[in-house]
Design a protein. Structure first.
Length: 590
């Protein structure tokens, strides 16, 4: 996958009983007790209970002076009650006493502001709510002080029983599901990463779970390239981890990977009915289970599919019969539309559609038409653009996030760098500038104005000794670009197991304007494709772009592929590659 296509251009309010015992599942507004001058607060504590477990959503409102850090304290009435794992705060428990301290990103709490934190808990017998909360050691009275301190005027904000603004009611999604949330760490990938020396330095990063065939929904214990855990197993593990979000890749379109061979799938081009009923419907049924309502479930939708309909159909150099077929029969457009509609209808599910990368659709001839194709799919099969939270770029690819020593507007001796062999008239030199521009384009054609972009930074670090430390020589545009570029590939069209690549930015939310998160969707260390033909029962073919001895084709300017030797089939664990990715990580690993 990831071909280069230059040429082919979410209260009930319950009264608190005197005994402090509450009915499960309600919202509590706390009684007035002592108050200290500057700190005033109210706390809403809402739980959703099931036998033996519960999720608590705790909304803290600052009714006093502004705070730059905070810690919340409360006591469970019952000795069986335990915090299992929490989010948006650092949680600890000693006996029945629980403390939640702010995270580095949410310590600031202005007067009148609220912050919402939460945890998954365990109980037996009964699950009564705590009867008192403290904020920075002061008991929250839930109202204005009797004698307001001179420095702090009585709050003008609504009473604490009003619903917390930062915790949306059911069915209302947050703008950026990554913000303020901890990502699910796939234990299967973590184990593989830790099997390689030094792997524990990165193994606690969230990576996506690829649902790359029907059997992966329930788990495929005997597969060479997939783990034994199914979708439910991962969701249960995410709850147990206290994760805020989990990422899945929806990847099983009919006629998958139509312009390449390494990631062909199990469904033939006419299998759209099976895609809907045997693949999307069962995934949607699991993701819609109320048990998982506290998780933000993120779906990355169909890598590489829609851009192929623009750049790799007939009329384009390198067009394929399979791409023509799935364009003509609507398999990709209707499949993606169906997935968006079905999954987007779930209140805590977020869809991001794959939007290739700059070295594929960064040319004018591909940019606009690809945006239009994404819109066509987002409005197919009963879907609307409202099912789309955003888009992802650079999935499983190697394009640099930022090229610090080259700007697209640079010239060398009067010649634009766009004329260099490497850039080859592209409008972008890196993924960040491309992602931001493409976001604007998508909004301009009718996607929601709050869409956000993701950038897969799993393997675009390009550190190590080969990393340039300044611009290239100004002898020519080529010396300037080749000497200064961070992306050290032989050609930007090379996409398979690239030698010299390193881990990129570690996953994090809201890193730049318009960008929801840097993510690791391709789990580092999983192969892109085998370097020689390897028989398998997954539908995976042998693509010579994964063969280091292949001298290339029109799509990579007839260059060597730059692929690592001895690679297993796509998705299978490739320890030598993981080793190299760690060695060349940028930012470097310590
Ligand atoms: C493969 C999938 C695999 C994914 C993640 C893709 O190239 O086709 O089978 O799950 O990579 O490694």
């Amino acid at each position: 996958m990831n071909l280069w296509r230059r040429l082919s251009g979410r209260s009930r309010t319950l009264a608190l009983t005197s005994a402090g015992v509450l009915v499960a599942g309600g919202l509590v507004t706390l009684p007035v007790t002592a108050a200290q001058a500057a700190t005033q607060c109210s706390v809403d504590y809402v739980t959703s209970d099931w036998p033996g477990g519960f999720t608590a959503t705790v909304t803290i409102k600052n009714l006093g002076d502004p705070l730059s850090s905070w810690n919340l304290g409360f006591t469970f009435p019952n000795s069986s009650q335990k915090v299992v794992n929490g989010w948006s705060a650092l949680w600890s428990q000693s006996g029945q006493n629980v403390t939640a301290r702010n995270e580095s990103y949410n310590g600031s709490l202005p007067s009148g502001a609220t912050t919402t934190i939460g945890f998954n808990g365990a109980w037996s017998g009964s699950n009564p709510k705590p009867t008192s909360f403290t904020l920075n050691g002061t008991v929250c009275t839930g109202g204005s002080p009797t004698t307001p301190p001179p420095s702090s005027p009585p709050p003008s904000s609504p009473p604490p029983s009003s619903p917390p603004p930062s915790s949306p009611p059911p069915g209302q999604k947050v703008d950026n599901p990554y913000a303020g949330a901890r990502g699910y760490v796939n234990p299967e990938w973590k184990a593989k990463a830790e099997s390689v020396t030094g792997g524990s330095r990165v193994s606690n990063n969230p990576t996506a779970v690829w649902i790359d065939r029907i059997a992966a929904i329930n788990g495929t214990p005997n597969s060479s390239s997939n783990g034994a855990m199914g979708v439910r197993d991962h969701l249960n593990a995410a709850l147990a981890q206290g994760a805020g979000y989990i990422q899945f890749v929806i990847y099983n379109l009919p006629g998958r990977d139509c312009a390449a061979l390494a990631s062909n799938g199990e469904l033939g081009p006419d299998d759209l009915p099976r895609y809907k009923s045997e693949y999307i419907d069962p995934i949607a049924a699991i993701q819609a289970d109320p048990k998982y309502a506290s998780l933000r479930i993120i779906n990355i939708i169909e890598i590489d599919s829609l851009p192929n309909l623009v750049t790799n159909t007939s009329g384009n150099a390198g067009g394929t019969v399979m791409c023509d077929t799935v364009k003509a029969n609507g398999a990709y457009v209707n499949g993606v539309g169906y997935a968006l509609a079905k999954l987007g209808a779930i209140g805590n599910v977020y869809n991001y559609i794959d939007a290739a990368h700059h070295g594929w659709i960064g040319w004018d001839s591909n940019f606009g038409p690809t945006a239009d194709m994404l819109k066509t799919a987002a409005t197919a099969s009963g879907s609307t653009v409202r099912n789309v939270t955003g888009f992802i770029v650079n999935t499983a690819n190697y394009s640099a996030l930022k090229e610090p020593y080259i700007k697209i507007t640079d010239t060398v001796n009067g010649t634009t760098v766009r004329q260099s062999k490497w850039i080859d008239w592209n409008q972008y030199v890196d993924e960040l500038s491309f992602a931001q521009a493409f976001r604007n384009k998508l909004v301009s054609i009718g996607f929601e104005s709050n869409i956000g972009m993701l950038i897969d930074t799993s393997r675009n670090g390009w550190g190590g000794s080969a990393r340039p430390t300044g611009p290239g020589a100004t002898t020519s545009v080529d010396t300037y670009v080749n000497g200064g570029r961070i992306d050290r590939r032989i050609h930007a069209g090379n996409w398979c197991n690239q030698a010299g690549a390193g881990l990129g930015e570690r996953p994090r939310a809201t890193p730049e304007a318009g960008i929801d998160a840097y993510v690791w969707v391709k789990p580092p260390g999983e192969s892109d494709g085998s370097s020689t033909e390897i028989p398998n029962n997954e539908g995976k073919g042998f693509d010579r772009m994964c063969d280091p001895t292949y001298t290339g084709n029109a799509r990579n300017g007839n260059n060597l592929t730059g692929a690592l030797p001895n690679a297993p089939i796509s998705g299978a664990w490739f320890p030598a590659q993981f080793q190299e990715l760690m060695a060349n990580a940028y930012p470097p690993l310590s």
